[in-house]
Structures are given as structure tokens and as C-alpha cells.
Design a protein around this ligand. Structure first.
Ligand code: IPM
Ligand code: SF4
Length: 477
């Protein structure tokens, strides 16, 4: 497909796409795009490095590659010098392979002991590696997170990881564009996680397949960078290739002073360039969807896919198709019964969707002066070492511990339960992560996705509950 000529109005996506084409798309072959930043973690990289080694190839641009350890790393607190207690020899091997591959290929690694280590999609933005206008790839579906900065960021498979390592380019068919316009303002007690769950519920699980979403409108502009990342993070759960938000003053302020962001005059020059990264007036999207933020409530999921979501004060909906029927049977929920009041066994606050400082503050706001209901387990897992330090500096860890929650070391943890952190069979887990697939958080574990506030409220009540009630009791306006 031909790109619009530079004089025609273009979408933000078009601008990012056009400026990275090494070889245009043809009927025979996808386009070849230059990759500005390649993020790497231990799960999807070992085979890719092995492919390189088999052919005797070098990493093309180690300085544009950055690795971290997150999925298979234990989160149990350790004493200084104590070795990490991996869940399995396979988990240990993944980590050690990445350590070895990074050393051999001179790739920077935020490894054990590094104050930069964190979940790949928390760490990248936090270090200023993620910048507007970039193309960013990672062997991980939630790479869409980085689109919050106006970067074209998407997940790739292991073979593509090898291709990027060897060539610093990626082959892609041009996706279509979908504009999600969010008008109005989010009401008090309703946040970015509720907004994206509502958007996904509207679009459906595959509703954005083959598209790059651009989120626009006053409700999006009013979000913090953390909120924007939460929204873009879950674009993939509607099937989208990527999510985008045009960079603005909120973005530039967030980037100022970050380790890898440009500094001084270079920052000002970059900012002038970044300001042009907006969809032009009159540019056409392939599709458009609108939502009114002011009508939204805190959201929870009732099924086994993120699009199976409803307002927390709603009842379980009637199934519309066989997937819904199956999901309700899995969850043990009956149509018409209230979601509020469902007994909760474990609460997980963490993941690349909701484990940034603002998320932990949101949960701590509810927990302060309250207690986790006896019999309920609550795990709070910061998204990165930096988040952990910042949270501890302002006493959030103490709030969680005093309330009876476990305060852990950073990592993906119970989001995917690859490191040993998991629920027990049959449990209902309220989780701030992004996927409620059957058994993802452990065999037989049922997951309800929610915001940090809703998760914290569930820990206190021992049941699904409306967090707004606990916010009022705090005397918050
Ligand atoms: C392990 C990894 C490949 C996977 C992904 O691609 O997203 C994981 O991060 C997830 O969230 O399911
Ligand atoms: S926190 Fe969860 S969603 Fe994010 S990268 Fe890790 S496993 Fe994937």
C-alpha cells in the first residue's frame, strides 16, 4: 500500500511509519522498517540469540538494544548477597542465558543488582529510553505500552527478535488506523484502567485486529503519563497492533531529566521535532470509535478475556455467545448475579499495566488505616527497582505491610505466574494486570482484572467492591 504524500494530511501513525521505511511494502514483501530501540527480556530472547550464533552473526546495533530481567525472576525479598531462589532450573537458565548473551554481544543489561532493573515496559520509559517518534520493538505483546509517548511500538515473535538483533530492521505489513476519541472527563474514582477496560469491552477481543489505535480527545489529554501507559499497554487486548497517544507538554515534562533522554539544548531541539508528531487536521483514519468518559464507572472483568468487562456495580451479563457461556462456567458466575460481593481470595497489585508509583499510591490511599481481610492474601509488586525505591521513600511499603499485604521485589510476578508467584486452584484473584485468561495466574485460578483502587478495596472487603465508597470514607473530595 502506498503512503500518503507528505503534503497530504497525515495521521500520527503515518508520520511514524513513513519516517522509518527502509524499503517500502510491495505485493510480494512487507515493508522494512528501521528499529530505533530493541528491548529484550529473558523469555523470548534465548532462541533468537541461538539463531544468531548458528549463523555466526553479530548484533547489528548493541547501543540500540537494552535488556532486563523480569518474567522469571523471583520477587521474594532477599538479604544482601543471597542468591535468587528460582522456581525452576529452566527459569534460572533463561536468566543466565540472557546475562551471558548480553555480555558476549555488549548489550546493556539491567540485571540483578542494577537499580535500573524492572518490568521491560516500566523500565524503558522510566530510563528515558522510550522517546516520541521512535520505532520500538520487543519480543513481548505489551510493547504497545510505549506508544503512550508517541512512539510506534509493537511486540514481535522470537524469529523477528533474531532478525532485529542481526539487522536492526523489522518486516511489517502496513496496519490500518483506528481513532478512539474519548470525550468528557473521567469522574472521581474512575481511572485509566477503568477507561481502557471500557474501551476494550466496546471494541471486543479482536475488535481492533490489524489496526493501530490512536487515542485522542480531552479525557486522554487529561491523563498522566502513567495513565497513558496503562491505556496503551492494553491496546493489544483488543487485538490492536499498537496504541498511540500524541506527545504533548505532559510527555515532555515526564521525559525531562531521564537518564537516556536528551539534555539541555539537545532536549529543546528534540522537543521541537516531537511537537510535530500529531495527526494533521483532516487526516483520515480507517475507522473511528467514540466514548464519553464522564459516563464511566470503575470496571471489573467477569469472564476469561479482558473484553468481558462491566461496571463494578453491574450484574453479570447474559451470555451473548458460546465464548461467554464458557467464560461464565469457568468463573462460576451466574448471569444476573451482582459482581459486588463475590468472595476474593488473593489480590495482586503489580504488572506493566499498573505497577508504577502512581498505581501504588492509588492502592495505598485505600489501604492506609485499613487492613487486608483475614484469610485474604495481598501481594504488592513494584514494576521496577526505581518504583520500589520511590515507594519506600514515601512510606508506601509501610502502609502495605501494616495493612497485612506482602511487599515484594520488582518483576512480572503473578501477572503471568512464571516465577512461582501464583494463586491456588479455585481461587478468585483480583489483579491489576492485563490478562484474565483461564489459569494464567496458576492452574485453576480465576482472575478479575481491575484498577489498583478496586484491587485494594477488594483486599479490605474480601470481596469485589466499589472503591469509591472507601475513597469517600477517607474524606477525599
Ligand atoms: C512472555 C511474553 C512472551 C508474554 C507476552 O508476549 O506478552 C508475556 O509478557 C505476557 O504478558 O503474556
Ligand atoms: S507484567 Fe505481565 S503483561 Fe507485562 S510483560 Fe510481564 S508478564 Fe507480560
Amino acid at each position: 500500500m502506498e503512503s500518503a504524500s507528505p503534503s497530504e494530511p497525515r495521521t500520527l501513525f503515518d508520520k511514524l511509519w513513513d519516517s522509518h521505511i527502509v524499503m517500502p511494502e510491495s505485493p510480494e514483501a512487507p515493508a522494512m522498517l528501521y528499529v530505533d530501540l530493541h528491548l529484550v527480556h529473558e523469555v523470548t530472547s534465548p532462541q533468537a540469540f541461538a539463531m544468531l550464533d548458528e549463523r555466526g552473526l553479530k548484533v547489528r546495533a548493541p547501543q540500540r538494544t537494552f535488556a532486563t530481567l523480569d518474567h522469571s525472576t523471583p520477587t521474594t525479598p532477599r538479604r544482601k548477597g543471597e542468591r535468587p531462589a528460582y522456581i525452576s532450573p529452566a527459569a534460572r537458565a533463561q536468566v543466565e542465558r540472557l546475562e551471558d548473551n548480553c555480555a558476549r554481544h555488549r548489550i546493556p543489561l539491567a540485571g540483578w543488582g542494577s537499580s535500573d532493573r524492572g518490568i521491560v515496559h516500566v523500565m524503558g520509559p522510566e530510563l528515558g529510553l522510550t522517546q516520541p517518534g521512535m520505532t520500538i520493538v520487543c519480543g513481548d505483546s505489551h510493547t504497545s505500552t510505549h506508544g503512550a509517548f508517541g512512539a510506534l511500538a509493537f511486540g514481535i515473535g522470537t524469529t523477528e527478535v533474531a532478525h532485529v538483533l542481526a539487522t536492526q530492521t523489522v518486516l511489517q505489513r502496513k496496519p490500518k488506523t483506528l481513532k478512539v476519541q474519548v470525550d468528557g472527563r473521567l469522574p472521581y474514582g474512575v481511572g485509566a484502567k477503568d477507561l481502557i477496560l471500557a474501551i476494550i469491552a466496546k471494541l471486543g477481543a479482536g475488535g481492533a485486529a490489524g489496526h493501530v489505535i490512536e487515542y485522542c480527545g480531552p479525557a486522554i489529554e487529561a491523563l498522566s503519563m502513567e495513565g497513558r501507559m496503562t491505556v496503551c499497554n492494553m491496546s493489544i487486548e483488543a487485538g490492536a497492533r499498537a496504541g498511540l497517544i500524541a506527545p504533548d507538554e505532559v510527555t515532555f515534562a515526564w521525559l525531562t531529566g531521564r537518564d537516556h533522554a536528551p539534555k539541555g539544548a539537545a532536549f529543546e531541539a528534540a522537543r521541537l521535532k516531537w511537537k510535530r508528531l500529531r495527526t494533521d487536521k483532516g487526516a483520515r483514519f480507517d475507522r473511528e470509535v467514540r466514548l464519553d468518559a464522564s459516563r464511566l464507572a470503575p470496571m471489573v472483568t467477569w469472564g476469561a478475556s479482558p473484553h468481558m468487562a462491566a461496571p463494578v456495580d453491574a450484574s453479570v451479563p447474559r451470555p451473548k455467545n458460546p465464548d461467554d457461556v464458557k467464560a461464565l462456567a469457568w468463573m462460576g458466575f451466574a448471569p444476573g448475579e451482582m459482581l459486588m460481593g463475590e468472595a476474593v481470595h488473593t489480590v495482586f497489585v503489580g504488572s506493566c499495566t499498573n505497577a508504577r508509583l502512581s498505581d501504588l499510591r492509588e492502592a495505598a490511599f485505600i489501604m492506609a488505616g485499613r487492613h487486608v481481610k483475614p484469610g485474604v492474601r495481598m501481594l504488592v509488586v513494584p514494576g521496577s527497582e526505581r518504583v520500589r525505591k520511590a515507594a519506600e521513600a514515601e512510606g508506601l511499603d509501610a502502609i502495605f505491610r501494616t495493612a497485612g499485604a506482602e511487599w515484594r521485589e520488582p518483576g512480572c510476578s503473578m501477572c503471568i505466574a512464571m516465577n512461582g508467584d501464583s494463586g491456588r486452584p479455585g481461587e478468585l484473584v483480583v489483579s491489576t494486570s492485563n490478562r484474565n485468561f483461564a489459569g494464567r495466574q496458576g492452574p485453576g485460578v480465576r482472575t478479575v482484572l481491575a484498577s489498583p483502587a478496586t484491587a485494594a478495596a477488594a483486599a479490605v472487603a474480601g470481596a469485589i467492591t466499589d472503591p469509591r465508597k472507601m475513597m469517600e470514607m477517607c474524606g477525599a473530595a
